[in-house]
Design a binder for this molecule. Structure first.
Ligand code: GDG
Length: 477
């Protein structure tokens, strides 16, 4: 990480790592915000300090900031001052945020990059851009310009801020700018459907380094550059488009291994008794259609139908913290999942046994570790996922070998060779994978587990951050 002599690290993302809410009476409480990106960057910032710029979405967020919109976080009584860093919160008019977040980010870029183009609202793309994406990114750019001092490094995160590198580069030609993309990069046939494709590509090209999780996404990006008339040097990992030259690399995000491996928390007995099951299968996913929870339920049903001896012996615990509840499609999906699971439990359950237990609530990560340890099998089957940290956290949290069933369409599946790989859309394959996971010989389980533990331990979160920043600070030759 850059030290104070070299300038500070400025992290920019849409999601904030901490929010403030009203508690009892007039009290304001600070809460950690979950999610892949914040989980990734927060430990780094606590260790190295710097400034994080993000949208303030907590109801009491602007009660606690100073006149520059800044608060020191984590804002907990027990946090040592040297573990705190600056969080600059920015706010938007609601119509801008609506068009930016609900519109452009989540109804254009998210479905396009996750290869669900029919879910993308492309006919509204130009409106979302003009009324939301552009003004919101301009606001982020202004916050960076206000904070930037020569020598600083700007590390931008994710698809909400694809045009931020260009906006900053226009004003600070010498700035060191990195962009990390947490979701997949779509094949060119998907990405170039976006009317503002060239503007987005040119902005990304004006960064110094563009990081994606795995080499398939890097290749998809390179194909987009070529389709727009640019040149790619795959050996060097460099591409050119018009006047821009950019380094692009696969930087698979890791997890905070000691945190997950070291915590002292167990839940197994409590779970077994509560659900009347001998074996626990666990799914943990932020609520999103890309996580394919209905398909998972069908795979589990197929398993119970094929192998009825497992009835009353296995429970699927599905933890799905709500997200993007302001988007109607997500509310509808939530209702559908509730309906499907209660019908499922009505059909298959008994007095003593709940086959699927669903939780919409998020819990502190320390408790999540307890659930990772209580599980015998993790069933992680998104239709597509940039990386999927849950799979890696499950591996890190368990010293004792377990079985991991993992979708072939996740970034983490490229690294976790010991997982049982499935096509989430094939319910027969999912059913067989569950049986295989529950009945796997200890020796095979251990060999698979050792491979996965080694990868998760060696390619952990600090390694990812250091590699990215080292690469960013290397000059292009
Ligand atoms: C995006 C990309 C990419 C889950 N439940 C709770 C909770 N979580 C935490 C997990 C994990 C994180 O949320 C989820 O990360 P994922 O990677 O699985 O998925 P996304 O949120 O979709 O993340 C993804 C990621 O960005 C990083 O680049 O891997 O592909 O889609 O860390 O532990 N955290 C808490 N309570 C919960 O109930 N506190």
């Amino acid at each position: 990480m850059p030290d104070s002599n070299e300038g500070k690290l400025i992290v920019v993302s849409n999601a904030e790592p901490y929010k403030h809410v009203f508690g009892e009476g007039d009290q304001v409480r600070c809460l950690e915000v979950g999610g892949g990106l914040t989980t990734a960057m927060n430990p780094q910032m606590r260790k190295a300090g710097g400034l994080w710029i993000a949208y303030g979405r907590g109801e009491a967020d602007f009660q606690v900031v100073d006149s520059a919109g800044k608060v020191m976080v984590p804002d907990f009584p027990e946090t040592e001052p040297e573990e705190k860093y600056g969080l600059k919160r920015i706010d938007f008019e609601s119509s801008v945020y609506e068009n930016f977040y609900r519109g452009y980010a989540n109804k254009i870029l998210w479905p396009i990059c996750h290869t669900f183009p029919t879910r993308a609202d492309l006919k509204k793309e130009r409106g979302y851009w003009k009324k939301g994406y552009l003004p919101a990114n301009e606001k982020y750019a202004q916050a960076v310009l206000d904070a930037y001092r020569p020598g600083d490094t700007v590390w931008i995160h994710d698809y909400h801020l694809a045009i931020l590198p260009g906006l900053i580069r226009d004003k600070i030609p010498e700035a060191k700018i990195g962009l990390f993309w947490h979701i997949p990069w779509a094949p060119w046939e998907n990405f170039l459907k976006i009317p503002h494709d060239r503007e987005i590509m040119e902005s990304i090209m004006s960064a110094d380094l563009f990081g994606l999780h795995v080499s398939d996404y890097v290749e998809n990006f390179f194909r987009c550059v070529e389709k727009l008339g640019g040149r790619v040097d795959r050996d060097q990992g460099i591409c050119e488009l018009d006047r821009y030259s950019l380094k692009v690399g696969a930087h698979p995000l890791g997890v905070n291994y000691p945190f997950f491996a070291g915590a002292d928390t167990e839940k197994k007995e409590e779970f077994r008794q509560e659900y009347g099951a001998e074996e626990i299968i666990l799914g943990v996913d932020r609520q999103d259609y890309s996580k394919c929870i209905p398909e998972r339920i069908r795979g589990f049903e197929e398993f119970l139908l094929r192998y009825p001896d497992y009835q009353e012996k296995v429970t699927l615990i599905q933890r799905t913290p709500e997200s993007r509840t302001e988007i109607e499609e997500y509310q509808i999906e939530q209702d559908d999942i509730n309906r499907e699971i209660s019908a499922f439990n009505g059909k298959h359950g008994t007095h003593q046994w709940v086959p699927i237990k669903l939780f919409w609530e998020g819990i502190p990560q320390e408790e999540l570790i307890g659930e990772y340890r209580a599980a015998d099998v993790a069933l992680i089957t998104p239709g597509i996922d940039g990386m999927n940290l849950v799979a890696k956290e499950f591996v890190a949290a368990n010293e004792r070998p377990k079985a991991l069933i993992l979708s072939e369409f996740t970034g983490s599946n490229r690294q976790l060779e010991g997982a049982i790989t499935v096509n989430p859309y094939d319910k027969e394959e999912v059913a067989e994978a569950i049986k295989n996971a529950l009945e796997m010989e200890e020796k095979e389980k251990k060999d698979r587990w050792d491979q996965m533990r080694r990868v998760v331990r060696e390619q952990d979160l600090p390694t990812w951050a250091e590699d990215f920043l080292t690469d960013l600070n290397k000059e292009i030759v």
